[in-house]
Design a binder for this molecule. Structure first.
Ligand code: NAP
Length: 275
């Protein structure tokens, strides 16, 4: 890293979510952990889900508003529907759903197997939509709600070696728009956030072991730094709150200027642009 981190106390928000119930999938680390902390910090009661109970309990232990921990693997068929049922056994209803759990699938086209394809789609797509469908009636009963899907810039530009992952994230953005159409009349807003390069476990091995990777990719970002979980969590708060009450069916790219902005470590200089 060559630029300052942004996990200090200089950031924050005045958004309040007191009395709301928010579900965060994949809340045990990374973007999901940051989102759970931010939602709790704004006053929401958070339901944390993921596969690893101890990691979820570590996060929940620092939350203030009676958090709920539910361990669930979202890969098997039926997992999204089953988790929705278990959530509604624990809380009266849900106002906010952050569909964050997801896995990367770095494979060249030649390396990709059907099993790889099925696994990444089962977690990133199938369970995401079935959990949303399972929780939507409780949102309607509470007068509406907000579904926030975490997609990726991989669904916006064409990444190398991630055809199946990119497919899942493009599907998430497409389903975001479709569900916004289905549920808008019932007061449920559905939006997605497409993060860029965020420093989490997904990148840990590559950042530690590929020489020059950190600086190389940083050079492709207009703001010249990788993102952190908090950079996404504050946008989650925006979509969770009434500040975004007239926004639905949108995908907000949160990438510091990576996917749709020209940025390079060595920008080509046109003569007419020189002083
Ligand atoms: N980091 C980035 O640069 C980046 C960029 C764009 C988009 N994203 C997206 O952001 C989301 C979060 O990524 P992250 O970087 O925060 O990843 P992460 O640190 O690896 O966290 C992933 C979370 O998902 C949970 N999870 C994984 N497999 C699961 C399964 N089968 N069932 C239930 N939960 C499961 C993990 O917990 P357990 O392992 O305990 O289950 C963990 O809580 C993902 O959807 C990812 O695609 C990340």
């Amino acid at each position: 890293m060559t630029n300052a981190a942004t996990t200090d106390d200089s950031h924050g928000t005045s958004i309040r979510l007191d009395g709301r119930v928010a579900v965060v999938t994949g809340a045990s680390r990374g973007i999901g952990e940051a989102s759970a902390r931010a939602l709790d910090g704004a006053g929401a009661r958070v339901v944390l889900t993921g596969r690893t109970t101890a990691d979820l309990e570590r996060v929940a232990a620092e939350l203030l508003h009676d958090p709920v921990v539910l361990t669930a693997d979202l890969a098997p068929a039926g997992a999204g529907t089953d988790l929705a049922r278990r959530i509604l056994n624990e809380v009266d209803g849900v106002d906010v759903l952050v569909n964050n759990a997801g896995i990367p699938m770095r494979r060249t086209p030649a390396q990709l197997s059907e099993a790889d394809f099925d696994l990444v789609f089962s977690i990133n797509v199938r369970s995401l939509v079935m959990l949303s469908i399972g929780l939507a009636p409780s949102m309607v009963a509470r007068g509406g709600g907000s579904v926030i899907n975490i997609s990726s810039v991989a669904g916006v530009h064409g990444p190398l070696g991630r055809v199946a992952y990119a497919g899942t994230k493009g599907a998430v953005d497409a389903m975001t728009r479709a569900l916004a159409a289905d549920w808008g009349p019932e007061g449920i807003r559905v939006n997605s956030i497409a993060p860029g390069l965020i420093v989490t476990a997904i990148w840990e091995d590559a950042r530690n072991n590929v020489p020059g990777l950190i600086e190389d990719l940083e050079g492709q970002i207009a703001l010249k730094r990788w993102g952190f979980g908090d950079d996404i969590a504050e946008v989650v708060l925006f979509f969770a709150s009434d500040a975004s009450r007239y926004v639905t069916g949108e995908t907000l790219v949160v990438d510091g200027g990576l996917a749709r902005v020209t940025a390079s470590n060595t920008p080509a200089r046109l003569p007419e642009l020189e002083d």
